[in-house]
Ligand binder design. Sequence first.
Ligand SMILES: [Fe+2]
Length: 312
Amino acid sequence: MNHPPVARLRALRSVELLTPNFAEAADFYEEVWGLEVVEAEHSASWLRGTGAEHHALQLTRSENTGLGRLAFAVGTPAEVDEAARRLQARQIALVTGPGPLDQVGGGYGLRFHDIDGRLVELSADTWAVAARGRDEAVPVGVTHAVLNTPDIDASVAFYRDVLGMRVSDWSEHQMAFLRCNADHHCIAFNRAPWVSLNHVAYEMTSLDHFMRGLGRLRHHGISPEWGPGRHGPGNNTFSYFTDPTGLVCEYTSEVAQVVEDAWVCKVWRRTPELSDTWGTAGPPSQRIRAHMAGTPDGSPVVPPVDAEGAAA
Ligand SMILES: [Fe+2]
């Protein structure tokens, strides 16, 4: 039986990160990274960018380190209900919903596990917030997450066939970039020994905002661990940092805009010239590679120092 994709995803809405260093992480993302706390409780904090999403990041106090959940926007509650029917037709169990989500930020949604066991949320009708001005050199919101996976073909097939994403480009058979809107990628997979979070990227309004953001971090005594540079696949600028949890966060801007039906998927060779087209970033350090490799989702231990990692 030929199943259609379960939904038409509009955007990566937000990411939940689990952290044993909750207070330090919340301080970092607010005081340094440039997000704004919209709500805070003992065990969780919700932070927004300047865009219209209620929150871009949920930090959750945990004994574990890593990704808690990926949340994607769909158009309407009816689309959530249809997604529930289609997931069930594919024998994919719902963890939550479909129904009103009992969470800060509201919404009508559902949750299920992807092929690697990550928690995925689809939601509509979340709380509105007024977009703030874009003058400040702080993130608009979350724009992509890169996910480590031991079976990249199975992961790509799941997000393409079940979630309806399109493959924009490959970086050899090491990384795959997938889109759900005009942005070149909102999810990328990186072939790795285990399932973990590689990094989360935050959109800066322009190249000027991106550079001024780096300047602001420099005033906090923080320099990029890889970057600034511009990637070949996606053509986006990049600068990577490590948060107090040991998870990698990225400032990015100017990601390629895809025109559907005109875009041709390419396979990029993994050369220094193509991963760092400006030639300003050099190779990623062992340290940032180890943080990008992370530890298997749910593991409380610190990252190994000699693990394989990769970056988008
Ligand atoms: Fe990235």
